[in-house]
Write a protein that binds this ligand. Structure first.
Ligand SMILES: Cc1cc2nc3c(=O)[nH]c(=O)nc-3n(C[C@H](O)[C@H](O)[C@H](O)COP(=O)(O)OP(=O)(O)OC[C@H]3O[C@@H](n4cnc5c(N)ncnc54)[C@H](O)[C@@H]3O)c2cc1C
Length: 398
């Protein structure tokens, strides 16, 4: 894979990525909507090869790790350009949860872990997943879980039950969050441990249907179990008890990636709604766009998308300049705000399309089903609002 030229500016990369999505990625969408991931897996793999040849690969990763070395605030608009299609992020190998796992392993993996798990992931030969949430415990509180990894000589024996493990279907390994120190303080009880696919005791229970679609491969969520699953202690990422800290670090940039992807969804929905409004005739010569309610939705959507983009860009710059801790409150703001903007924009776009907006031939229907989750994963709205309110109110208490 050719390293991308250092001299290439972020703006020209954005132009190239935008062209790539519009010319090549969008062409696979109808097949994807009709037949899901299995229907396009081969074509998508070929498209990934093309992206690699063009040097448009893993833009968020450092150059020395095979990426394009973009700062977060330079990657953010690229994430929006990729989000214009549901296939964009996968085409350039920056889809969740692999992107977060690559960042995690780049920063904290041992040399052996990098060689065995990270490099094939970066090259796009494998996929991975991240198993933290458990059906029996409130995922909003990541300290609260039952999966346990017990030491046995040079190994851990893992027992537990996880679900909504995105991309577990056919992934090469899972990074599992498990308790390694029952008596440690709550923030140091858990560790992150790599479990390779095929390890005895690692059970893929089922694909979880989400709003009528069980998906496949990178576009799916699974229930998994660890039944006396034995892995070497060298599969633990960083120190014992570092799991919670590492998982939190992983989420900071991940929320920028998601929010900008949602802005991309908004931009596509906006284009679709405007095109429909401008061309759908209610009577000869009278389009939907002539109606003030429709004009209001279009104007309000434009303002909401622009505001959401600016707030997210500002947050990405703060995160780059001052780190995740300083940007914590703003990260929480964008997480719930942009998710809500996306839902409103999609809803208006569907309403403007009438029945056609609900038909599964339409991206709008696809996104309305799959992006409802934005208000739940990576922290539900209510948790983020509480973080923001507490931080703001602290300035008013004496
Ligand atoms: C599409 C999708 C993909 C996912 N991918 C992954 C993955 O790859 N790996 C993984 O480990 N997990 C994943 N998850 C799980 C996700 O992280 C959890 O769903 C999330 O953390 C919420 O946990 P929960 O579902 O157990 O809800 P709960 O914690 O039971 O919360 C339920 C509801 O209670 C309310 N609530 C919670 N806390 C508060 C509070 N403090 N104040 C007020 N109200 C509150 C909220 O409305 C919340 O939606 C995914 C989920 C979805 C939907």
């Amino acid at each position: 894979m050719p390293a991308h030229s250092d001299t290439m500016t972020a703006a020209s990369i954005l132009g190239e990525v935008t062209d790539f999505v519009r010319q090549h990625v969008i062409t696979l969408e109808q097949e994807f909507l009709a037949h899901g991931y299995p229907g396009i897996a081969e074509s998508l793999q070929a498209l990934r090869g093309r992206a690699q040849q063009l040097g448009l690969w893993a833009p968020f990763l450092p150059i020395e790790h095979g990426g394009m070395g973009l700062a977060l605030h330079h990657f953010a608009p690229i994430s929006a350009a990729l989000g214009y299609s549901p296939l964009g992020h996968y085409a350039l190998n920056c889809q969740a949860p692999d992107a977060g796992n690559m960042e995690l392993l780049c920063a904290h993996g041992s040399e052996q872990q990098k060689e065995r798990f990270l490099l094939p992931l970066i090259r796009g030969e494998t996929r991975s997943c991240f198993a933290m949430t458990e059906p029996e415990f409130a995922g909003s509180n990541p300290l609260h879980m039952a999966t346990i990894a017990t030491r046995d000589g040079d190994d851990y024996i893992i027992n537990g039950h996880k679900w909504f493990t995105t991309g577990a279907d056919q992934s090469a390994f899972t990074i599992v969050m498990a308790i390694t120190g029952v008596d440690a303080n709550p923030y140091e009880r858990a560790s992150l441990i790599i479990v390779p696919a095929g390890t005895p005791g690692y059970e893929h229970v089922r694909l979880i249907p989400v709003m009528g679609d069980e998906g496949a491969g990178p576009f799916s969520h699974s229930e998994v179990r660890f039944n006396d699953c034995r892995v070497p202690r060298t599969n633990r990422i960083e120190a014992e008890g570092a799991g919670f800290r590492l998982a939190q670090q992983r989420l900071g940039p991940g929320r920028i990636h998601h929010c900008m992807r949602w802005i991309g969804v908004c931009e596509r929905a906006f284009d679709l709604m405007c095109r429909r409004a401008a061309t759908r005739e209610l009577s000869p010569g009278k389009t939907l766009a002539s109606r003030q309610t429709i004009q209001n939705w279009i104007a309000e959507s434009r303002a909401e998308i622009d505001a959401a983009r600016l707030l997210t860009m500002d947050t990405s710059k703060k995160l780059d300049a001052q780190g995740a801790r300083a940007a914590r409150c703003q990260i929480s703001q964008i997480k719930f705000h942009v998710a809500a903007v996306m839902q409103r924009v999609l809803d208006h776009a569907i309403q403007i399309h009438g029945a056609a907006g609900l038909c599964d031939d339409s991206l709008l229907s696809h996104w309305f089903r799959h992006e409802r989750a934005a208000r739940i994963y990576d922290g539900p709205d209510e948790v983020h609002k509480s973080v923001v309110a507490r931080e703001l109110l602290a300035h008013y208490s004496t």
